[in-house]
Design a binder for this molecule. Sequence first.
Ligand SMILES: Nc1ncnc2c1ncn2[C@@H]1O[C@H](COP(=O)(O)OP(=O)(O)OP(=O)(O)O)[C@@H](O)[C@H]1O
Ligand SMILES: [Mg+2]
Length: 363
Amino acid sequence: MTEAHLPAIRLRGLRREFGPVTAVDGVDLDIAEGEFFSMLGPSGSGKTTVLRLIAGFETPTAGAVELFGKDVSGDAPYDRPVNTVFQDYALFPHMSVLENVAYGLRVRGVGRAERTRRATEALDRMRLADYGARRPSQLSGGQRQRVALARAIVVEPRALLLDEPLGALDRGLREQMQVELKQLQRDLGITFVFVTHDQDEALTLSDRIAVFDAGRIQQVGPAAEVYERPATPFVATFVGTSNLFDDAQSRALLGHGGIHAIRPEKLQIHRGETGDGLPGTVAEVIYAGASVRCVVDTDAGMRLTVLEQSSSGHASVARGDRVRIAWAHDDVRDLVEPETAERRAADDATTDPETPTPATASA
Ligand SMILES: Nc1ncnc2c1ncn2[C@@H]1O[C@H](COP(=O)(O)OP(=O)(O)OP(=O)(O)O)[C@@H](O)[C@H]1O
Ligand SMILES: [Mg+2]
């Protein structure tokens, strides 16, 4: 295997306990060079801990971290070819913006002239060329975030670790920064590992996503695959919304057992009693801009959510209407229990890491 095919980041059997809490449990993962990789999961699912294990701010209880083919278990954070951007930016308030950006170079013993040249270049790249003399307190939230990014890239890491970097920004700025982050990653051509609990953000930005729950990975795959083919009930409901059928409901509705999911936008709703489909009564109609969400109580006893696209802003049905719900067989997803999904995810992660690079995945 050539070095080019070695993953940028390889996690093997990674585990981290804090007293009685197991924050990270049996994580196996290969992240390719040049990949925009997201770790998505609810609060407390272990995302930050995994990032800190990669960066070297935490020591694993068990397992190993390899960076670019080298086991870095004994290496201090500053000896690892990665850098971290934190949610709270962690800028030094008493230093100018330029000094903040140059700090990492100073620590590494780079001379003053070159420090200034490289820090200026990094600020330029983040469109902050005119802000070098200011203090962080004299910048907006978005500008501070760009300073934090400039400071992280100035030391030319081979991978950038980003822990909810847009968490403190309002929605408009957040969407603008998402575009900037994606462009920055393409320009630099380095690996980004991006932590978020925002599924839209993960789907928008990522080549691949790992979905975490309770310290374990439930699914790893390209963004579209995680959305289109969720592996477990947790993924089906955490990444977008899904109607879930348990074993008994699957038997009654689909004619075979197991756990299944179908997206609300894949259900069709028809008014009236006659014709194909599952009969029910509309319990609620909720307007959501370009779409309308209809909650239907089926006669079979389960509640289904249907998403209707609506150019007029009106649903084709009203509360109390008798309706039938239909779907295409192909749109029903087979789900598995988390244990099965974990085994598969570990298998996927450990097979030949011919993982998509941005060139192929984001075309
Ligand atoms: N230093 C620590 N000491 C004790 N427990 C910790 C420590 N760091 C993390 N934990 C625990 O480990 C678990 C995972 O925490 P982690 O910060 O990795 O979650 P997260 O997915 O980043 O959550 P969030 O989205 O809220 O940032 C939590 O139960 C947390 O309380
Ligand atoms: Mg966190």
